[in-house]
Design a protein around this ligand. Sequence first.
Ligand code: AP5
Length: 216
Amino acid sequence: MRVVLMGPPGVGKGTQAERMQALLGVPHVSTGNILRAAIKDERSSLGAEVRKFVETGRLVPDRLMGDLIGERLKRDDAAAGFILDGFPRTVEQVSILNDVLGRLGKPLDKVLMLVVPETEIVRRLSGRRTCGNCGTVFHLESRPPKLPGICDVCGSALMQRPDDNEEVVRERLKVYTDQTVPVADAYRAKGLLVAIDGLGDVSEVQTRLASGLGRA
Ligand code: AP5
């Protein structure tokens, strides 16, 4: 199954996509995770090129993102499908994805859009802590680590993402409204978009997403 999971920053896309992998048996492809891994790798020229965009909440240019997603979706593990998290984010990226999938002869099945009020987004982003080593995501209130500041999975230190500070979050929300809301409109017009209430605990939201895919 080929699914796009979209929604504003911090709505819970990554949290849910990790769980959907098991349900659908297809990989979670997060462009944010791919870019952060490139930034962490000091030898990566892609990382050096994209750092300034990611850390200030601006979008990486479509040309670079198109190359990146084209390469990723050609890999064997995506042959049976994928859950795409963070792409497409612009109307131009919708065309890029159409072209990539058209070449592969594999159209998109569904676009799920998580929706929560902005106050909840701010609460989720300000309390998010991420493992600097394995990337596991926690929340100070809704998913606290067993030991404060320490990852339950690998024991490394938890950190706040550089783009989760208040000023950058405001920029990310603006970019979402200006550039990504039109993506939702485009998919709605094609009859592919299903809006899902993202409020409630993680398992409740997971059940709603599964039902949006006809898998509940
Ligand atoms: P990206 O990493 O994609 O960031 P984002 O879309 O802003 O989304 P987040 O990762 O912040 O949040 P999320 O929705 O995954 O929420 P999460 O599950 O962590 O992109 C980062 C940057 O990369 C962009 O700004 C841009 O610069 C660049 N980029 C990426 N893709 C690009 C593209 N296509 N084109 C150009 N540039 C691109 O949850 C958040 C918190 O809430 C966590 O702490 C979690 O534990 C908690 N939580 C989750 N669900 C619940 C719940 N149900 N109840 C309570 N708490 C919850």
